[in-house]
Every structure is written in C-alpha cells, then in structure tokens.
Design a protein around this ligand. Sequence first.
Ligand code: PMP
Ligand code: GLN
Length: 380
Amino acid sequence: MNPVFADLQTSVFETMSRLAREHGAINLGQGFPDDPGPADIRARGAEALVEGFNQYPPMMGLPALREAVAAHYARHQGLDLDPATEVMVTSGATEALAGALLALIEPGDEVVLFAPLYDAYLPLVRRAGGVPRIVTLRPPAFGLDAASLAVAFGPRTRVVLLNNPLNPSATMFSRADLEMLAGFCRRHDAVAICDEVWEHVVFDGRAHIPLITLPGMRERTVKIGSAGKIFSLTGWKVGFVMAAPPLMRVLAKAHQYLTFTTPPNLQEAVAYGLSKDDAYFAGMRRDFARSRDRLADGLQGLGLTVLPSAATYFLNLDVAPLGVADDAAFCETLVRRHGVAAIPVSAFYAEDPVRNLVRLCFAKSDATIDAALDRLSHLA
Ligand code: PMP
Ligand code: GLN
C-alpha cells in the first residue's frame, strides 16, 4: 500500500457529516446548499437522460459544453479561450486537480501550496511525487507576503497550487497579491494551477480576478472551475479545465486514464445552465449574501465573534473569545452536545495550524439557519 494514502484519516467533511447524522445535528459543516438547485437545469439533466445522452461522450467533453464554457468565461471574465483546444470537461474540480498534478509534476519537483489547504491538495501532490513547500496564511487577511514566497520558491519549483476565492477563509486574494505571485511564477518558470471553483460565489459587488488574466500567466496557468459551485449542485461533479494548448495536451492524457469522460446528460444540462443571463448569477449571489448576513447577524446578536466573508458558502466563527484553544475538540462538543456540525479550520493546515476558527456553512434555508442559531444561543 502506498503510505501517502494508507496513512490518511477520513476527510473532515465526511467525518463531520457522519457525526451530524448520528447526533441528529444541523449540518453547517460540509459545504452544500439545502436548496435543491435550479429546477430548469435539473429538468434539462433529466430530459437529456431520457432523450439518450447515455453513451460515452467525446473524451474532452461535449462540444456544446466546451463552447458554452468558452462563451461563459468570455462574457464573465473577458477570457479568450478556444473551445476546441483550450477547454476540457472533467468529473468535478477534484478530477481536474488530480489530473493536473499527476500530469505536471515529476518526482522531486517542488510544489508551492498555501495553507489553509483544501484537503485533497496535499495527498495528491505527495502521491504525484511532488515535494510540498507550504506558505502559511493567517487570519484575518489570509494575504500573501513577498518574504514567505521568496522562502517557498526555489530552483526546483515546478507548480504553484492556489485556491482563489479561498475555502475555508472566505477571502479573496487582492490584485497586488496575485501580481506578486505571478511575478514569482514567471521568474521561476512555474505553472500555476488555480482552483477557482468559488469564482461566482462572491459578495458585495466584488469582482473575481482570474490568475490566468495577469501578464505572462496566459501560457502558464491551468484554470479550474466547477458547475457544482456555479449552479449550487455540488453532487453533480462536472468540472472545467482551461489552459493553453501545450498544457492542455498533457492534461488531456491524464484525464483520459482517470475518468475518460463525464456523464453526458449532466454535461448537456450544464451547457444549458451556462447560457443563463446575468440576472441568474446576480440573484444567486444576492441570495447567498442574504443567508450569510442572517447567520452572521444572528451569531453577533448572541455575542459571538464572526470574521467577514467575501466569498464561498462559509463564514468563520472566532472561538478565542470563548476561551477555546482547540477548534477540533470544540467542533466535537458542538456536534455532540449542541447539535450543530461545523468544520475546524485547523483541519486545513499541515503545520502550525490556526486553532481559533470554526467554519460554518450558511448556504441553508432561513429555517435551518434560525434553528442552528437557537441551538448556539447558550455558547457565549
Ligand atoms: N476545490 C475547492 C476549494 C472546493 O471547495 C471544492 C469543493 N467545494 C472542490 C475543489 C471540489 O469541487 P468538485 O465538487 O467540483 O470536485
Ligand atoms: N468542498 C466542500 C467543503 O469545503 C466539501 C467537499 C467534500 O466533501 N470533499 O465543505
């Protein structure tokens, strides 16, 4: 057995969802909305299944979806992507990440990562033979600094893996941070894998800045998106990879031996969804921002301390004022005794973790948020 995987614990998301089921807790842990998702997109997926979208689609994805992806990113982010050579459909962002890391890393290559880290990153980098060089980001800004980047980058740096907007901090990197990172990538001739699954779930008029649009990054960035997040259909696992043709050719080789294709009825439905007008995306952001405010205001009303949330489905509770020194133990108590599941932010760190933050998912109905607030009312 390979020790990278043999030595791993079960993912914190799965563990917390299981504990939530066992204890009848309200699950604000794993990030998924309790809304069923857009009815017309689900209907298109069901129709396509009956119509006959059931055999292997093309390996790179249905042409209709690749064209819809290129048109979508041209409209929303000003990207100029050739659907025939620069867009590939994957089975979720997770497959895209695994494929990109397997395809781009040679054993011994150094990979710059940023903690808090999405849980799949480190095992995949290690299994691909990469040597992780982790830059630790701290609350409340979770920003970059030149000195830490200078320590992490070196002559063996091959890949940089960035998540922006960042889960679990609910922050977005500033243009200055992204420009600084792009400078390091150019100077070290590194490829950036940019996990932008949260790109549409951004609030208060903020604009997402795709790393691929920065000077010198068009040819050296692998951009990853997910329909699961764009349409709040997290179980669908339809992802997109965008990259210049020389990178895409090798990414496609990894994809062809990982999953080869992605269910065609879901691809057809996502192609339909991507053509939705701006009002849909504005409405989605407005609805999530309203839920964010309902949870944040409610928690503050209980005397609890909440960090700002600029993006994602999450906000973070600062448990230091409650005298809590161990976020993981606190989350255990929360789910067992108070009946609310949450995610300890320390689970996203490999070393020297932040231990005073607890991530809560606000992508829930008003009734669920209110019921959770009721259960948390004795905390402060
Ligand atoms: N990257 C990040 C940062 C995520 O938060 C998630 C899931 N929410 C994923 C990747 C996985 O996306 P998918 O479900 O499309 O595989
Ligand atoms: N991305 C989701 C989260 O951060 C969960 C994904 C998973 O369960 N692996 O909660």
